[in-house]
Design a protein around this ligand. Structure first.
Ligand code: SAH
Ligand code: TYD
Ligand code: ZN
Length: 414
């Protein structure tokens, strides 16, 4: 015994129990979609938003999880259909599923996290047998109004078993921007195992950690993005749950995402895309702790630069307004300490968010009409992933002398 205290054991990976190395701590953060009524101030759930990488299976994940029942409630305000880009993307997805995978009469598709029916409405209109599963009753109601059948529930082993008993096996299980949200992800895969036909296909899309690091999209880190997926880490994860990753495709959604195709072992041949992307990832260092430590330092710089710019603009008497009350903006405002003194309000087209305060930072959310009434001098674009769509729509703002502020991949004005 040398009398020295032993270092505490590192926290364990949720998937393989390997050691997790923390590479960033974005501080105390609220539920990113919990837009509050003024009377709810002081009653927010807060957690420490820290991210690490597993030294064994390389999965990037948060160190502490916000409980899912605080995040996905009946009044969860996010609606996919507020963006034309997403409406168009998911219509294409539905057409592809229908043409290539749901080819036999009566084939069933189940979607995990169907939200407002952005994808399933196209299949419902085409008469395809479908079921959405989503705990957010408000979003499910919007889906139902478009003819989409939804089970208001969390997808897990229990609900999957019930669906299997009521509907039979699914030819396709689809999910977008949802399964990375579930810290206890085993319950998703065990559910898929119960539900999927022997030769069925599980397709899921999610943000790509390679793009997040490459473009410094640090605000993609928030409570809902518990896991940040790479091809290598997902291949290992699905194998752990008895599945095989047979295809992967890069898609431009949310600044860069991946579409994974997963089957039971032997059900379909593996495409060259999987190994090719794993090789690309090795060259880029997607599994290296150093890559993430560098990213952490870049996040620090961006935060400092953004606060300095907003402070200078305010002190010079300029008006700055936030554009898009995204979940991402919760990370930016709470990590940087940006409140209504620097950004007096955020405009957003989502009725469910208007009249509320942003989580943590308590910046008022106003309807889109307030943006031009009168136009501000600068607009801080929190919804940068919809930049093309928004900038095309807001040409007059720029014609009147307005400027956009972006903070990724670095703080700049255009
Ligand atoms: N698929 C849509 C919505 C993503 S938002 C899109 O890509 O735009 C995530 C959705 O997943 C929310 O509607 C949320 O209520 C739902 N969700 C979260 N956990 C879930 C779970 N365990 N099972 C099913 N849906 C879930
Ligand atoms: P999004 O970036 O899709 O999601 P996340 O919450 O995951 O970060 O959210 C876009 C937000 O911006 C959403 O609240 C709707 C709003 N928005 C507008 O106000 N105007 C627009 O033209 C678009 C495209 C989005
Ligand atoms: Zn691991």
């Amino acid at each position: 015994m040398n009398g020295r205290k032993q270092a505490p054991a590192p926290p364990a990976c949720r998937l393989c129990a390997g050691p997790l190395h923390e590479w960033v701590d974005l501080g105390p953060q609220p539920v990113s979609n919990a837009f509050l009524r003024p009377e709810d101030v002081g009653r927010e759930s807060i957690f420490r938003l820290a991210v690490g990488i597993c030294a064994d299976c390389t999965m990037v994940q948060q160190l502490e999880a916000m409980p899912t029942d605080s995040m996905f409630r009946a009044d969860y305000p996010y609606r996919s259909r507020t963006s034309a880009g997403l409406r168009n993307h998911f219509e294409q997805v539905a057409r592809w599923l229908h043409r290539d995978l749901l080819v036999r009469p009566g084939d069933l598709v189940v979607e995990i996290g169907s939200n407002d029916g952005v994808m399933l409405r196209t299949l419902a209109a085409a008469g395809v047998r479908h079921l959405g599963v989503d705990p957010s009753a408000g979003a499910a109601q919007a889906a139902a109004a478009a003819g989409v059948r939804v089970r208001v529930d969390f997808f897990d082993e229990r609900s999957a078993q019930a669906i299997r008993a009521e509907e039979g096996a699914a030819r396709v299980v689809f999910s977008a921007n949802t399964i990375s949200h579930v810290a206890d992800i085993g319950t998703i895969f065990r559910g898929v195992d119960r539900l999927l036909a022997p030769d069925g296909v599980f397709v899921f899309e999610d943000r790509y950690v390679g793009d997040i690091v490459e473009h410094a999209y640090f605000d993609q880190i928030y409570d809902e993005h518990f896991y940040l997926f790479a091809v290598r880490s997902v291949a290992a994860m699905v194998a752990r749950f008895g599945f095989d990753l047979v295809d992967v495709e890069r898609i431009p959604i949310h600044g860069g995402s991946l579409r994974f195709t997963v089957v039971r072992p032997g059900a379909h041949e593996r495409q060259p895309s999987v190994l090719k992307m794993i090789e690309d990832e090795a060259r880029f260092g997607v599994a290296e702790l150093d890559t993430y430590l560098r990213f952490g330092r870049q996040i620090d710089r961006i935060g400092g630069d953004l606060v300095a710019l907003l402070t200078d603009l305010r002190d010079a008497g300029h008006r700055v307004v936030g554009y898009g009350a995204t979940s991402k903006s919760a990370t930016v405002t709470n990590y940087c300490g940006i409140g209504p003194d620097l950004v007096p309000f955020i405009c957003d087209t989502t009725a469910e968010k208007q009249g509320r305060l942003s989580p943590g930072a308590h910046i008022p959310i106003r309807p889109h009409a307030t943006f031009s009434d009168p136009y501000p001098d600068y607009a801080l674009l929190f919804a940068w992933n919809h930049a093309e769509e928004i900038m095309a729509k807001e040409r007059r703002f720029v014609e009147q002398g307005g400027r956009w502020i972006l903070y990724v991949p670095h703080v700049h004005i255009i």
